[in-house]
Write a new protein. Structure first.
Length: 274
């Protein structure tokens, strides 16, 4: 008798409602790292700077600068670090997003797709802003940056993010069924990508037996192709961006089907018994 009446929404009104919900969820996911949004972004900026400084020092101490492509050596390092961090952070954000048994799902119109989208977009926002700030400071304070094909290089950045989201989506669908295995696999994959992503070397100078150990990784293709678009003196011969797109699309389809199935069967009691 005293129930609130439900108004029928049109397609445009529903779309705006979902977009507003995703926006607020993105803000929430960004502020998860720190209650202050600026400090949350600053922490990621510091991580990226530390990564770049560590690899620069390692290359300098080991005398491996000659293994890089001709051009700005620091830009060469940043191209690998930025794509690696974007891929890894996107995968971790989607993997750690709210599941079907989360208390957040009790609040309509919240659902798992909104949670996944907000986690992925929040990760992209932080990484994109961090990359823009670091490149701007480097361009203004040190030396002007010259990128041969900036739009194609940015497309590779987005492709690295997309493949990270795809892998995270598959792991998220499996998490309620085998949480310990998936958590261990997520950690191993992130650690393995420190080497397997190929951010420390280029595919053109790798011997064939080593190339076969890395070309399964879509991130390896993204980084190598990005360097082909960044540096005019480097033309990738053993990688292609189509492979990363195909792998990403296949994993997204598998992840969405698995998430739909899991959403219909998952129960909060599963985690309670563990």
């Amino acid at each position: 008798m005293f129930q609130a009446s439900h108004r029928r929404q049109g397609a445009l009104s529903s779309a705006f409602t979902i977009l507003a919900l995703i926006y607020h969820s993105v803000v929430r996911s960004v502020r998860k790292t720190h209650s202050n949004a600026f400090l949350a972004i600053g922490i990621n900026l510091l991580q990226a700077v530390i990564f770049v400084a560590a690899f620069y020092a390692m290359f300098a101490l080991l005398g491996l600068k000659g293994a890089a492509v001709r051009g700005d050596f620091l830009l060469y390092i940043m191209s690998g670090v930025f794509l690696f961090m974007t891929h890894t952070k996107a995968m971790g954000a989607v993997f750690g997003s709210e599941g079907p048994a989360s208390p957040m799902m009790q609040h309509a119109p919240m659902n798992t797709i909104v949670a996944i989208a907000s986690a992925a977009l929040g990760s992209l926002y932080i990484q994109l802003l961090s990359m823009a700030v670091i490149l701007f400071i480097y361009h203004v304070a040190w030396t002007p940056i010259s990128i041969d094909d900036p739009f194609a290089a940015f497309a590779m950045f987005m492709l690295a993010w997309f493949t990270g989201v795809a892998i995270g989506l598959v792991l998220l669908a499996l998490k309620p069924w085998m949480p310990q295995f998936v958590t261990i696999f997520n950690t191993i994959y992130q650690r393995a990508n420190m080497i397997a992503s190929g951010k420390m070397f280029v595919a053109n100078v790798m011997p064939g037996y080593m190339l076969a150990m890395f070309d399964w990784n879509p991130l390896f293709h993204c980084i190598d192709q990005a360097r082909g678009y960044i540096f005019i003196n480097y033309v990738p011969r053993y990688t292609n961006w189509e492979y990363a797109v195909i792998v990403g699309l296949i994993l997204v389809m598998i992840g969405l089907m698995g998430e739909f199935y899991t959403r219909r069967h998952a129960s909060i009691s599963w985690s309670a018994r563990r």
